[in-house]
Design a protein around this ligand. Structure first.
Ligand code: ACO
Length: 398
């Protein structure tokens, strides 16, 4: 149930100035929902998703199992899993209008996130089979199934390639990689992406999730909520810029340059990209999971020298951050190993945030279902800080 614990302000009347009540800046520490979906403990470095530690879930589950867990509260049985896989695969094709839109905007070379936001809003059109949208479950599965198709199709169009039709026999993660690259990925690559998708699927009441909940709280539709959430995620303060963490590793290039490079950055007061987090004050558990996943993938099917260099950069960076910022506990964040893992999968940095959205859309929808069950409109208050009783000045006299 929604907890109305936002700072409450008595209504103002009689033209009297209200007492100044400081709003919770950025809604920090405001509890705005109860959720079964995920729990973030930044002090302990714990992330729980649907009752499982992120380590347990991300490294073991298929992404389809994670969808079932978040939407239905438990892991699926074998027959439920097969049904879910088949349904998802059957919804992957895009409505003709969605594909047409992507073709048009590819000429304008807009960003992948902008294309995703625009294309996502076309997902309330009737399905390719001509059937109108009917159930919440079908709508939601169709949105999840089509996010990778949109991103991959747009990416190919942007680079002058024709979009590829999805392959129904591949799972969600493998099919996404196939649609991007035209190659059926190895088991190691598919597993690495699956681990990534699982580890970022939900993360408490972050900005995009809150946006989605606000939108459905008005009884608006799920597609509107998802479009709003994509818009919120697009901002660099949320979707982040995992590119710079990897750029730093590339710029360093060799083992010998690691310490001098990092010291130089810190001496100049620069921040080391991929380190520090607003919530996690110890090691971000997602970084640990993604480091493991990246290691397995690079070892089986990648450039292990790059992985080792990144690991050395990490060790030296955390040592130097303790030296330069003692007691701050600046640790590796999720962006560092996200960048390494997605790069190893052949993705450019422009695909990092859209790939995050391919996962997080499942969490957004799960939160929408929870919010819908509360039936409560989200409507915080604001403190008026403007003037009172201004006199009207006619246009000619202003
Ligand atoms: N490198 C060097 N110094 C740092 C870093 C860093 N990566 N992060 C924080 N600090 C220092 C700050 O300079 C500050 O020092 P000061 O008090 O001497 O001025 C101190 O640590 C505290 O910094 P804040 O900005 O108050 O810490 P906050 O927890 O708010 O910052 C943030 C979190 C913005 C992520 C920060 O750590 C940062 O800029 N990191 C680098 C960028 C990055 O990796 N972003 C991705 C974050 S992950 C995500 O968004 C999902």
């Amino acid at each position: 149930m929604l907890q109305p614990t936002l700072t409450t302000i008595e209504s103002q009347t009689n033209g009297q100035k209200p007492p100044t009540i400081a709003p919770a800046q950025g809604l920090d520490n405001v509890v705005a929902a109860h959720t079964h979906l995920s729990h973030v403990d930044g002090q302990a470095g714990v992330l729980v998703i649907g009752g499982y530690s992120v380590e347990t879930l991300a490294l073991n589950a298929t992404f389809e199992e994670t969808i079932n867990l978040l939407w239905h509260g438990s892991l699926p049985t074998a027959s439920q899993l097969t049904a879910l896989q088949q349904q998802l695969a059957s919804y992957r094709d895009l409505p003709a209008a969605t594909m047409e839109l992507l073709r048009v905007v590819a000429h304008q070379k807009i960003s992948v996130m902008d294309a995703l936001r625009m294309a996502a809003s076309t997902l309330s059109l009737p399905y390719a089979d001509g059937e109108a949208i009917d159930s919440l479950e079908r709508d939601s599965l169709a949105v999840v199934a089509r996010f990778p198709t949109i991103v991959a199709a747009y990416w190919r169009l942007l680079h002058g390639d024709e979009p590829l039709a999805p392959k129904a026999e591949l799972n969600h993660a493998a099919n996404y990689l196939y649609m991007l690259t035209g190659e059926v990925p190895s088991e190691a690559r598919s597993r690495a992406l699956e681990t990534y998708l699982n580890s970022v699927v939900d993360h408490g009441l972050n900005a995009s999730t809150f946006t989605a909940r606000v939108i459905v709280s008005t009884q608006s539709d799920l597609v509107s909520a998802i479009v709003g959430a994509v818009g919120a995620l697009k901002g660099p303060l949320h979707g982040g810029a995992p590119g710079p963490a990897l750029d730093m590793v590339f710029e360093i290039g060799t083992h010998e340059r690691i310490e001098p490079y990092l010291r130089d950055q810190l001496d100049r007061g620069e921040r080391l990209m991929g380190f520090g987090h607003r919530v996690y004050k110890v090691y971000d558990p997602r970084a640990a999971v993604l480091s493991k996943a990246a290691h397995a993938m690079y070892e089986a099917d990648g450039d292990m020298a790059l992985y080792k260099l990144a690991q050395e950069v990490e060790t030296t960076a955390t040592k130097l951050l303790e030296e330069y910022k003692p007691g701050r506990n600046l640790q590796t964040n999720v962006e560092f190993y996200t960048a390494l893992l997605l790069h190893g999968l052949g993705m450019s940095t422009a695909l990092f945030t859209p790939t995050f959205a391919v996962s997080r859309v499942v969490g957004w929808l799960a939160h929408c279902f929870e919010q819908q069950r509360t039936g409560r409109l989200i409507r915080p208050k604001s403190v008026y800080t403007g003037e009172y009783d201004l006199e009207w000045v006619p246009l000619a006299e202003r």
